[in-house]
Design a protein around this ligand. Structure first.
Ligand SMILES: C[C@H]1O[C@H](OP(=O)(O)OP(=O)(O)OC[C@H]2O[C@@H](n3cnc4c(=O)[nH]c(N)nc43)[C@H](O)[C@@H]2O)[C@@H](O)[C@@H](O)[C@@H]1N
Ligand SMILES: O=C(O)CCC(=O)C(=O)O
Length: 379
């Protein structure tokens, strides 16, 4: 069976987790602090804050920006449902903008028509690891005074060229970037997330909010020679990452450049093997983007039925997924007023499929997938 995805975890990660277990300190502690420092350095961000997953990272981002009832947050419907859910959980209103079919990312040409005087933030998704056009987006956001949160759940290791310079996603290019370390992502800690920002005050808020609003962290009190009484200065959450997870994350970070290089090689093989198929549209990078290829999404010819193609591939032992879901088609969002048609989002969900891609995928396996796709298209 060729899976849709597979994390690359080995002895290094197992040994790192074992060492933490045997150390006796397993909750958020020195490993989390080191993981934050190393992640910040890798993406070129002044600050990083580790949390339990990317969904809680997005929630903290909105909370730190004081987004709540009466506020509107612009995002895409075409994303994993957590992107919309975090807006709803704040009591704010998600406003969906359509995507551009080439990158599956927010169509910046459709952005301004969705802005109102209530728009407080944009959650822009770097979908499947492909950077969104941040130059175009930030020009609009800055002009209109709207905060920008990057949902970089899939985008650790992706790069964008801004003002002539290549930079990792997460620098950040908006106000806050949020990452996921779910096993379906390029690097994993089982569950896990990270917020990066250049704003020290926002970082201070994230670190307070993730740990119950506690004024002096338990780690500090634990190693203090004088008695300290902590206070609880805001209504916080428990969104901590454990030291076992962080220790695994540190080993995964060391692998990140190699993991991305290997995924890029798999994507290049797909492009070569599937490039000349009539009616099949392959993903491609704009000149200013380098994807980590978290997912490889192909748009099927209109005459093919997505589910039938997926079943034929599964019958041959090849797992796929349908195009990224659209939140506006799910029950919790069915009654939401829509400000624009989401035609490209719906077409992307209904007419695309995600092919298997992971760092350790053999050339033989990607050739098998390509041959199976070719058979469907030429059927
Ligand atoms: C591109 C999108 O990818 C993912 O969406 P998706 O539709 O592929 O998600 P799901 O179908 O729920 O996929 C999760 C899959 O991720 C794999 N997976 C999940 N957890 C594990 C794991 O621990 N080990 C291994 N080996 N594989 C794991 C399984 O194949 C599982 O089916 C999500 O991560 C989205 O957030 C993302 N936008
Ligand atoms: O639950 C999932 O499938 C993905 C969610 C995720 O990536 C996260 O919250 O970190």
């Amino acid at each position: 069976m060729i899976p849709i995805a597979a994390p690359l975890l080995a002895d290094e990660e197992a040994d790192a987790a074992r060492a933490v277990v045997l150390s006796g300190w397993v909750s958020q502690g020195p490993q989390v602090a080191a993981f934050e420092r190393e992640f910040a350095a890798l993406v070129g961000a002044p600050h990083a804050c580790a949390v339990s997953n990317c969904t809680t990272a997005l929630q903290l981002a909105l909370t730190a920006l004081d987004i709540g009832p009466g506020d509107e947050v612009i995002t895409v419907s075409h994303s994993f449902i957590a992107t919309a859910n975090v807006i709803r959980h704040q009591g704010a209103t998600p406003v969906f903008v359509d995507i551009e079919p080439e990158t599956y990312n927010l169509d910046c040409a459709r952005l301004e028509e969705a802005v109102t005087e209530r728009t407080r933030a944009i959650i822009v998704v770097h979908q499947m690891g492909m950077p969104c056009d941040m130059a175009a987006l930030m020009a609009i956001a800055r002009r209109r005074g709207i905060a920008v949160i990057e949902d970089a759940a899939c985008a650790a290791g992706s790069q964008i060229r801004m003002n002539g310079e290549w930079a990792p996603i997460g620098a950040p290019h908006g106000d806050i970037a949020c990452f996921s370390f779910h096993p379906r992502k390029v690097i994993t800690t089982g569950e896990g997330g990270m917020l990066t920002t250049a704003n020290a005050e926002l970082d201070r808020k994230f670190k307070l909010l993730r740990q119950h609003g506690m004024s002096v962290p338990d780690t500090v009190r634990h190693s203090s020679s004088s008695v300290i009484f902590e206070e609880y200065v805001v209504v916080g959450y428990n969104y901590r990452m454990t030291d076992m997870q962080a220790a695994i994350g540190r080993r995964q970070l060391e692998r990140l450049p190699d993991l991305v290089a290997r995924r890029r090689a798999v994507a290049a093989r797909y492009a070569e093997q599937l490039g000349n198929l009539e009616g099949l549209r392959l993903p491609s990078e704009p000149a200013w983007a380098r994807s980590n290829w978290q997912s490889y999404c192909v748009r099927l010819p209109d005459r093919l039925d997505q589910r039938v193609v997926m079943q034929h591939l599964l019958d041959k032992g090849i797992a796929t997924r349908r195009g990224i879901m659209c939140a506006h088609r799910e029950q919790p969002y069915a009654g939401l007023n829509r400000r624009q048609e989401l035609r490209q989002s719906e077409l992307a969900q209904d007419r695309s499929i995600l092919l298997p891609i992971y760092a350790q995928m053999s050339a033989e396996d990607s050739a098998r997938v390509s041959a199976a796709v070719r058979a469907e298209v030429e059927r």
